[in-house]
Design a protein around this ligand. Sequence first.
Ligand code: SF4
Length: 459
Amino acid sequence: MRFYLLSLGCPKNTVDSEGISRLLQQAGHEAITEPESAQLLIVNTCGFIDKAKEESFAALRELAELEQPGQFLIAAGCLSQRYGRELATKVPSLDGVIGTRRWMEITTLVRNLRSKDYPRGKPAVMTGDPLEGIAEPMRGALRGASAYLKIADGCSAPCAFCAIPAIKGPARSRPLEAIVTEAQQLVGRGAREIILIAQDTTAYGRDRGERDALPTLMGAILTAAPDLQWLRLMYAYPQHVTSHLIEVMARHPRVCHYLDMPLQHGHPEVLRRMNRPHDVDEVRRLVADLRETMPDIALRTSFIVGYPGETEEEFSALLDFVAEMAFDRVGVFTYSPEEGTRAAELPCQVPTKVREERYARLMELQQGISLARNQQVVGRVLKVLVEGQSEGLSVGRSYRDAPEIDGLVIIEGELPVGEMVLVRITGAMEYDLVGEPVSPVPQSPLFHHCCGTGGTGVA
Ligand code: SF4
C-alpha cells in the first residue's frame, strides 16, 4: 500500500514517526508525500497543549474530508493514546487509532484493517500497553546529517501542569546496548550529529535504580561511534544534572557544549505550585557551574507564563530572573490547562489576556538578551553543519543550535550540504548568525569538533 504520514508535535514524535514509516516500508508499503494518492493516511498526533490538540484534530478532519473509498485513516501519537475512543467519535471516518505505547504494532493494525473479516464502521483502537515480546524496532530518526535518538519514553516527574505522565506512563529507559547499536547504525547511515531525547534525558537509567547513567551512556556512544562528530543533549531536568554529567560534557570534544534545560519558572512559590524543584538558588549555582566548566556553553530553557495564581509580583520575579541569567535561548509558553492535571483544578486561573500580555513581555525581554548573547559570538570561528544552499548563500547550524528550535548560521557562498565547515562569524541577529567560510577544515586530532576551537583542554 502507498502511505502518507503526517508527523506533528515534538522531536520525540518525529522519532516515533520514523519508526512507523520504517516498519511499514519493511512490510512492503511505500511512503509517498501526496495524501490524495495514498491508500493509508496516518497522522502522528500531538496532545501536549490545547493548540497542539486543535492542530491534530484539524489535520485529521482535513484528511478525513479527502478520504476516498479504499483509503484508511489512522490516528497515532499522544492524542490517540489519551483520547483514543473519543477521537473516534470526533473524526467519524477514522479507521484506526494507535497509541504511543503500541505504534510498533502498526503493521498488525494495517493488516487487520485490510482483512475482509474485519468489522467495518467502527475504528480499531490500540492504545493499551504493548504486547509482551515485541522486538524493539530501531527508533532513530535521521534528518539530513542529524538524527534524533530516543533513549527513554514516559516521565516519572510529578509536574502539576503536565499530562505527559498520564499519556505516556512512567519513564522507561531503553537498554544501553540497544541505544549504542542504534547510534552506530545511524552514523553508518550518514549521521554526523546525534541528538539524545526523552521526556527527561537526565533521568536515564533511574527507573532501573541507576542514579547517573547518562554520562556512561554518552561515553559508550562516543567510543562505539568514532565518526560521530556531535552528540547533543536535549530536555534536562535541573535536579538531575550531575557534576559527573557536566564533567563528561566538558571533557569529550564531540559532546556539544549545549544544554536545553526547561526551568518553567523563576519564582520559588510558582515552582512549588508546579510541583517542580523550587530552590532557585540551586539553579543559579548549577548554571554558574555549567558556565564555569564550559565557558562557551549555549543554554536553552523554557518558561510557562500565566500559571494558576501567578501574581504580577511573581511574574516580575521571573522577568528579573531571566534578565539575570541571560540564557542564550528561551522558549515561552502561555499556560494551558490540561485535562486530568492538578494544575487545571487550581484556583485563580490567570485570564487569557493577562497570559498573552505576559508572554509578549517575556519574549520582548529575551529578544534583547538573545541578540546580546549572539553578538558575543561575532569574531569566533565555529564549526557549522551545512544543511542547505540557494542563490549564493548556505545555511547551517553550529553546536549552539539544535535543529528546528534554535537559529541558523547564514554563510556566504554555496557550500556542500551535509558537510561540516569552519565559519567565521561576522554578524549577529536575534536568532541567527551570519558568517563567512574559513577553509580548509583542520583535521588535527586536537581540533574541538564541537565548538571548532583547537588544542587546549581537549582530552
Ligand atoms: S519533566 Fe517534563 S514531561 Fe515530565 S512531567 Fe515535568 S513537564 Fe512533563
